[in-house]
Each structure stands twice: as structure tokens, then as C-alpha cells.
Design a protein around this ligand. Structure first.
Ligand code: 9G3
Length: 571
């Protein structure tokens, strides 16, 4: 590509509404342009990166035996009504009507459409297993779209769906995707972790997330410092470790605590550590009201409570339910006298003489003890993991916490959609059976954005070779020198002949402008062809990642540069 003929509208100023670095740099490097909140155009340079991600994804999906298809973006409401999800999702599902007043939605994901395809065409166990995927634009009407391509409303997703005759088959399909995903993120040059995730469903389902490690990530990744255990914060198992406690039981005491709202307030007011305060949260699991107690210095984990109680929905109880079970106001709930089941986090087993809410405004109770003062129905793991917790796998290492960006998510789905939409096949005995499904997603734009979050400096992007819009930019430094122009052109042509994805910055601009743009855009290599070095028959190869500047003979530049590219790919 000759940049004089190309379109890269770089910006000098950082756009004020961009909060994260990838968003800022993509806008500044002329890769994307905002059309509306959470809706972006991919400008030529941005599109090149997107295509590189897509092609890596395609390569390994095809290699794993998945077959590419393309489903409609506009989906008839009937299919979503059949699965029941038309009524589950609120405004996040963008609903539209055609000229005949027929209802549609802009597809936010395609379980329904694929299930409809497969149930019509696949009748026999002989046609299974099958895994179909697409790379497609989706729409989810998020309340707060932010962070550019990281959390847009319109976004490109690779979504795949596998169909098997039974659970064992589904597990094989799942594992194939797991391996393909590892290869994909490896090939993208990303530092990532595969973590155990909550599948959100009950019974034999499981799920993994693929997280790109970056300080700016919004997700927390828990990993063991001794073995390979890795899980997201929702899922990370906290081991129940007994803590010796020789305290004598003390007399229960009422304490007036006016205006002390948070755990921290109460702890300071009573001059106690927050681990001595126990929070009692009133929750609604499906239709049942329950209380869950966790230590003041711990965080409640809703998915763990939901799974423990085999519930399908969980939320904090409303004011009326709280008043009903506690006879007291919201914010002062405690276990004594509660008219509902009480569950407590394991850590509370080893606690004595702690502080709880008094079920009365401005009242707390001191020196409370379970068994003596109230009954815990069941103990369990109901809190988020914290750094330093003992690893559930090797029982030696300790948890550490890092930040990550979710770029992929795989699920073993089971028969949720095949049951509701009657997607059945005839088994060997001619009996109809529901297909066992899996679904597998990768955020294409988010993967590109996550790469920037992981690879940048104050000057701009530092693309891994595999995702770079161009692998090399050749810069003729003095545009009025024939020898410079000729040599730059020669190097550019030989790079193209060698199959290197190169461009030449032949714009009539000062060298400083070209260098700044090149640093901002983040080409892995830049070849400077200048009058001064050319006098000795030499050009310079600049490595964006390390800042190294290597002087080579002009005729060796092409070979040397492609050698360096190969090395960069491996690191
Ligand atoms: C909706 C809306 C938002 C949604 C969904 C449905 C998330 C929804 C989960 C998934 C799961 C998998 C296929 C590829 C792998 C992930 N947000 N999800 O189902 F209607 Cl508005 O999308 N889908």
C-alpha cells in the first residue's frame, strides 16, 4: 500500500470521551470512527486488523472441523418466542418491526437461529456431530456502551454452535473448541489465561473464559502461584480452612449505633476489625427469601449462593420482603429472630463474639455466636476469593489476583435450546432424542482492542506482528532525493514479493510527521531510507517494540527485516 493513496485520518488530540487507552489510540490512529454511542465505523486501517483477527479465528476453527456459515442479522421474533427468550430480555434486545408490522430483533446472539436450521435439516445420528460457526455483526442495546470496540452496542462476534448425540460427544466437541481457542489467542500474540467460569446453568454444564491479561481489564482473574489453577472471581473456589479460636463466649450486648451505615463505619465506631462484623444479606432465590451471612471483610458472591441452592435466578430482596422476614428496616438485618433460612459462609464457623445487625434502626448486637444465639441452616462457600487464599487444586499455592479482559467464552449448553425448540434426531434404535449443544464465542473487535491494552506505550500502539495492519512501513526520509525514493521503492517491492505485508509512507510529509504516525499506528518494523545512511549504502530498521535501530546494507534490508518479523512472532 502506498500511503499517499490511502486513507488514515490520524488525530493529534486525544478525543475527550475516550476512557481507555485502546479506544483513545484506535481513534487517534485513524482506525475507527464513532457513528453513535457504541456504534463505530471501521476505517481502512482498523478493518485490516479486524480481518487479521478474523482470519486467525477462521484458520483454527476450520482446522478443528467447524464449518463456516452466515446467519441473518435480523431475526424473526417467533424463534425467540419459541425459546422463551423474547420475554426474558428487556431493552437490551433491540426489537424492530417491518412494514407489515411483523416483529423482529437485531440478533444479539444466534442460538435460536442455528437451532432452527439444524432441527430442520438434521434427522439422524449419522449426521452428527456438527459444529457450525459464523463471523457476524451483532447488536445489544447496552445501557452504557463504553470503551470503543471493547464494549460497543454493535460488535463483531465469532459464534459457533456444536450439536452432539450425547453428553460424552458434547464434551469432545467442547474440548476441541477449548484447544482451538488456545491456538487462536496464542496465534494472535496475546498473553492470555483460560479460566474456569460459571456456566450459569445447572447440572453437568461447564464453561471457560479466555482472558487477555491487562491492567486496564475490568474482570478479575484468580490464579494459583504454585500450580496452573485459574478461575474468574465468580467461580474461584475458596477452601474451608479451620481457624483456631480460643476466645471465651461473652454475653450478648445491644449497642446503639446511630448513623453507622457501612461495615467500615460500624467497625470504626466499635473499634473492632471489620472481620468481627458479620453482614446479613436478605436475598430472593427464585421465589424463596433466604439470608446469607458473610464476614465484613469478605464480599458476597451471588452466583455461588445461586448454585448452592440450585436456583435459576437470584437478586437482593426488596424492602417489603426484608421487613417481612426481619421485622426490621432495610440495612440493619441480623440473624436473630429471622423468619427464613440462614446460610453462612464457611469463615463464620470459626468466628466467636461477633457483631450483627439488630433488626432495628440504629441497633447492632455484640458478642453474638451461632448455635448459642441462632441456628445456621447450612455453611458453604459464599464469598469471593481474595489474594492469599489457599488453592483448591494443589492446596499449597496461594491465590493471586490479576486483571483481565474477556475475549472468548465457551459453554457446554446441554439441551436448553434443543428441548425448548424441539431439536431432535433419531438415535440408532430410531428413538427421538434432543441434541446436546455447546456454544462458543469470540469478540473480534474486543480481541483487537485487548491487544492494544496489552501492547502500547506513550507514543502509541505496539502491534504484535500477527495483528498489525501492516507489518512494515518503509519511510523515504528525504522525499526530494531520487536515490532515496528509488531505494525505498525497491525495498518495498521486494518485501511485497516476499509476501511481507508492507506499506510505504510516500506522502509528501516531513520525516518527523511520518515517524510520529508510524509510532502511533504501531507498525512492528519501520525501515528508514535516508540520504545520510544511504551515502554508506545503508538503511535503518527500527523495531517498535524494543526501540532498537539496526543499520543494514540496503540490499540486505528485505531479508533482515523479514527475519526480525519471524523472531518477533515467536516471542
Ligand atoms: C440477548 C441479549 C444479550 C445477551 C444474550 C441474549 C449474552 C445472551 C449470552 C451469550 C452466550 C453465547 C453464542 C456464542 C457464545 C456465547 N448477552 N448472552 O444470550 F438477547 Cl440482548 O451470548 N452465545
Amino acid at each position: 500500500m502506498r500511503l499517499s493513496q490511502y486513507y488514515i485520518p490520524t488525530l493529534r488530540e486525544t478525543p475527550s470521551d475516550a476512557e481507555v487507552i485502546s479506544h483513545k489510540l484506535m481513534l487517534r490512529a485513524g482506525m475507527i470512527k464513532k457513528a453513535a454511542a457504541g456504534i463505530y465505523s471501521y476505517l481502512p486501517l482498523g478493518l485490516r486488523v479486524i480481518k487479521k483477527v478474523e482470519n486467525i479465528v477462521r484458520k483454527y476453527m476450520n482446522e478443528a472441523g467447524a464449518i463456516e456459515t452466515l446467519m441473518p442479522a435480523v431475526v424473526p421474533a417467533e424463534l425467540w418466542k419459541e425459546s422463551g427468550r423474547w420475554f426474558v430480555y428487556g431493552k437490551e434486545l433491540l426489537r424492530i418491526k417491518d412494514r407489515h408490522d411483523r416483529e423482529f430483533c437485531f440478533g444479539p446472539t444466534h442460538e435460536e437461529v442455528i437451532t432452527d436450521i439444524v432441527r430442520n435439516d438434521i434427522k439422524s445420528y449419522k449426521q452428527l456431530p456438527i459444529n457450525l460457526y459464523q463471523i457476524q455483526t451483532k447488536f445489544r442495546d447496552e445501557i452504557r456502551p463504553r470503551f470503543g470496540l471493547m464494549r460497543g452496542r454493535e460488535f463483531i462476534m465469532k459464534d459457533a454452535y456444536s450439536f452432539d448425540v450425547d453428553n460424552d460427544g458434547a464434551e469432545i466437541s467442547y474440548n476441541k473448541m477449548k484447544e482451538a481457542y488456545c491456538k487462536i489467542f496464542e496465534a494472535c500474540g496475546l498473553e492470555y489465561r483460560m479460566v474456569d467460569a460459571d456456566s450459569g446453568a445447572i447440572g453437568g454444564s461447564f464453561s471457560h473464559e479466555f482472558m487477555v491479561l491487562a491492567d486496564t481489564g475490568e474482570d478479575f482473574v484468580i490464579s494459583c502461584d504454585n500450580c496452573s489453577y485459574s478461575a474468574n472471581i465468580e467461580k474461584a473456589v475458596v477452601v474451608d480452612i479451620p481457624i483456631e479460636n480460643n476466645e471465651q463466649f461473652a454475653e450478648i450486648e445491644k449497642k446503639y449505633t446511630p448513623k453507622q451505615k457501612t461495615v467500615e463505619d460500624v467497625a470504626n465506631f466499635l473499634n473492632l476489625p471489620s472481620s468481627k462484623i458479620v453482614k446479613t444479606m436478605i436475598l430472593k432465590v427464585d421465589e424463596e427469601i433466604v439470608a446469607v451471612m458473610v464476614r465484613g471483610d469478605h464480599e458476597l458472591n451471588l452466583p455461588k449462593v445461586k448454585n448452592f441452592l440450585s436456583g435459576s435466578t437470584i437478586e437482593f430482596a426488596g424492602k417489603d420482603d426484608i421487613e417481612h422476614v426481619s421485622n426490621g428496616p432495610i440495612g440493619y438485618s441480623g440473624p436473630i429472630g429471622l423468619k427464613c433460612k440462614i446460610y453462612a459462609d464457611n469463615a463464620i464457623k470459626y468466628l466467636k463474639n461477633y457483631v450483627v445487625g439488630g433488626n432495628e434502626k440504629d441497633l447492632h448486637l455484640l458478642n453474638v455466636n451461632h448455635d448459642r444465639d441462632f441456628k445456621v441452616d447450612e455453611f458453604g462457600d459464599f464469598r469471593n476469593a481474595t489474594p492469599g487464599d489457599i488453592c483448591p487444586e494443589c492446596h499449597k499455592g496461594k491465590f493471586q489476583i490479576t486483571k483481565g479482559i474477556e475475549v472468548g467464552h465457551i459453554f457446554k449448553l446441554g439441551t436448553k435450546y434443543s428441548d425448548s425448540m424441539n431439536c431432535v434426531f433419531l438415535d440408532k434404535d430410531g428413538k427421538p432424542k434432543p441434541m446436546v449443544m455447546g456454544c462458543y464465542g469470540i469478540g473480534i473487535g474486543r480481541t483487537a482492542a485487548a491487544s492494544i491494552e496489552q501492547n502500547h506505550d506513550e507514543k502509541g500502539i505496539i502491534w504484535p506482528v500477527q495483528l498489525a495492519p501492516f507489518e512494515i512501513v518503509v519511510v523515504p526520509v528525504n522525499t526530494n532525493d531520487d536515490e532515496v525514493i528509488k531505494t525505498a521503492d525497491n525495498i518495498y517491492s521486494s518485501l511485497l514479493n516476499k509476501g511481507v505485508d508492507a506499506c510505504i509512507d510516500d506522502r509528501n510529509e516531513r520525516a518527523g510527521v511520518k515517524f510520529n504516525d508510524a509510532d502511533l499506528i504501531g507498525y512492528p518494523l519501520r525501515i528508514n531510507v535516508g540520504k545520510k545512511t544511504l551515502a554508506e549504502g545503508c538503511v535503518e530498521i527500527y523495531i517498535r517494540k524494543t526501540g532498537e535501530l539496526i543499520k543494514v546494507k540496503a540490499e540486505e534490508a528485505c531479508d533482515k527485516a523479514s527475519e526480525i518479523l519471524e523472531e518477533l512472532k515467536i516471542k
